[in-house]
Write a protein that binds this ligand. Structure first.
Ligand SMILES: [Zn+2]
Ligand SMILES: [Zn+2]
Length: 143
């Protein structure tokens, strides 16, 4: 059976095949990426900050963060870009946490992360089961 999921961006149902988001959101995302790279390619914008990029391109800050986090925008090329630390929100350039948060929670974090993954897997499984239960029910009604 196809893997149906809620798009994490718009919440709509879609078939999870090639991408983690729906086609519609993917298109918007790529348009945003195009806008940001076109802007950053100009020499005078190389040192632009996140806020400047956001204001000039009208691309949501979160979306710019994501591009940097995914390595699609390189902080080596654009030294003022970054994304928020997952714990305190200060702007970082690599990893998931800033140096000070890394220092605070090295041991505990892995545990939290594993627990989160476990819950997510559980939720997915539940949704899948609900979905197939619905289908077998409607099949029975038809017969
Ligand atoms: Zn979507
Ligand atoms: Zn932090």
């Amino acid at each position: 059976m196809k893997d149906v999921a809620n798009c994490p961006k718009c919440g709509g149902l879609f078939v999870k095949a090639l991408r983690p988001i729906c086609n519609h959101c993917f298109k918007i995302q790529e348009e945003h990426f195009e806008k940001v790279t076109t802007f950053m390619r100009k020499k005078q914008n190389r040192m632009a900050t996140l806020r400047e990029v956001h204001e000039q391109t009208e691309v949501p800050l979160e979306q710019i963060h994501q591009f940097v986090r995914e390595g699609r925008l390189l902080t080596r090329q654009f030294p003022n870009l970054g994304y928020p630390c997952e714990s305190c929100g200060s702007i970082i350039k690599e990893g998931r946490l800033c140096e000070s948060c890394k220092g605070n929670i090295t041991g505990g974090l892995e545990k939290i992360e594993r627990e989160k993954e476990r819950l997510e897997a559980l939720e997915k499984e539940e949704k899948r089961q609900q979905h197939s239960a619905y289908h077998s029910l409607s099949d029975r009604v038809k017969k």
